[in-house]
Design a protein around this ligand. Structure first.
Ligand code: TXA
Ligand code: MG
Length: 347
């Protein structure tokens, strides 16, 4: 299959490109597109076969459900059995945006899309290209992140091409995404809302609107063996080719420890991920700056790209500083520790 790649400007969307992409999706094909979180791999959420194409292209286990993306609030009513008050409040506050809600699905949504579950994950993204594509495609696009299963989510079209070129019909290249980590997932199908995956919309932001919100126990104790509730969170999502270890503690100790651990390896076999403020302190190894400590949005946006870069560099060990930033910290550390297979040192 030849993948059509088209550049698209979110501030000046080419209608012909969207028309072509929409037609591919209506016909059951696959189109990768930018969202504000990461690139998605889209197919018609209401066509069984289309969902199956997604699993095949990504090499994704078919018990791992997809997120249905909508562009209008009205579209929600048709794919769920009911919209609880809390869901409506959250939609009013955070949609369009990086929040996914789990609700009970209606008969319209095939089990192929939900990985056999009676619930469906729904999100209204804020990226103008995503919204235009959803509208043009009939209103419901199932889209996981547009990476090969087991690789970091793509934050640039180049990442999508690296993983899926030749396996999908079209790729809309809208440049680098804004947030860089996947949406927050909150399960509203039970009595008390539960966060299944942390993201840019934090627990505090949610509970300000709807009161008590819990964290999935499998998330808090990620190394405890408790099974996370989002099927996708149970997989060792992504393992860099090199062994990644997260070093946390007082900043001086962290810098000193990473510096001396690095010396145990040949210089071109060791990678270091650090904040800009610590960059001058590392004199050995391949050092990548993730952004300023003061700018957590940059840290979130750069994480996946750096992990991909290291995969191509041939390092054997990577040491990363911990990034416990005020708002995005929980999401950043969740993804970093998953990539590290929970390998961490406290100093
Ligand atoms: O930001 C995002 O959410 C991106 C963009 C493209 O929108 N999408 C994304 O999709 O991250 P994906 O498939 O990579 O992650 C979806 C996660 C998986 O962990 C999956 O198991 C979980 O959502 N999920 C989907 N439906 C679910 C359901 N009904 N119940 C529990 N977890 C669900
Ligand atoms: Mg994913």
């Amino acid at each position: 299959m030849n993948t059509i790649i088209r550049k698209i400007d979110k501030d000046n969307i080419d209608e012909e490109t969207i028309r072509q992409a929409g037609q591919i999706i209506r016909q059951g094909g696959l189109v990768a597109f930018p969202t504000e979180t990461v690139y998605g791999l889209g197919a018609d959420a209401l066509q069984k076969e289309a969902a199956l194409h997604i699993y095949a292209a990504k090499g994704r286990p078919s018990d791992n459900p997809l997120i249905v993306h909508i562009a209008e609030l009205d579209a929600l009513d048709d794919i769920v059995t009911e919209v609880p008050d809390k869901a409506r409040l959250l939609a009013e506050q955070f949609w369009p945006g990086p929040l996914t809600m789990i609700l009970n699905k209606s008969g319209l949504v095939p089990y192929e899309t939900t990985g056999g579950l009676d619930t469906v994950a729904v999100r209204m993204p804020s990226h103008p290209v995503a919204l235009a594509l959803i509208r043009e495609s009939g209103g419901y696009i199932a889209a996981p992140s547009a990476n090969t299963s087991g690789r970091p989510s793509p934050t640039m079209a180049e990442h999508v091409a690296e993983d899926l070129s030749g396996r999908i019909d079209m790729l809309l290249d809208g440049g680098m995404v804004g947030i860089g980590l996947e949406s927050t997932i909150v399960d509203l199908s039970g009595e008390i809302p539960v966060i299944l995956r942390p993201g840019a919309v934090t627990q505090n932001m949610l509970s300000e609107i709807i009161g008590e919100v819990q964290m999935d126990r499998g998330l808090i104790a990620a190394d405890s063996g408790i099974r996370p509730k989002a099927p996708g969170m149970k997989y060792r999502h992504y393992a860099p080719k090199a062994q990644l270890t997260v070093v946390e503690g007082a900043p001086d100790n962290v810098v000193r420890t990473i510096g001396s651990l690095a010396q145990e390896l040949e210089e071109d076999k060791v990678g270091i991920i650090c904040v800009q403020e610590h960059l001058p302190e590392y004199e050995y190894g391949i050092v990548k700056c993730i952004g300023s400590l003061e700018d957590e949005t940059a840290i979130a946006r750069n994480l996946y790209g750096i992990l991909r870069d290291f995969d191509q560099s041939g390092v054997e060990c990577i040491y990363s500083e911990a990034f416990d930033t005020p708002n995005m910290g929980q999401a950043i550390m969740n993804r970093l520790l998953k990539a590290a297979g929970q390998s961490r040192i406290n100093v």
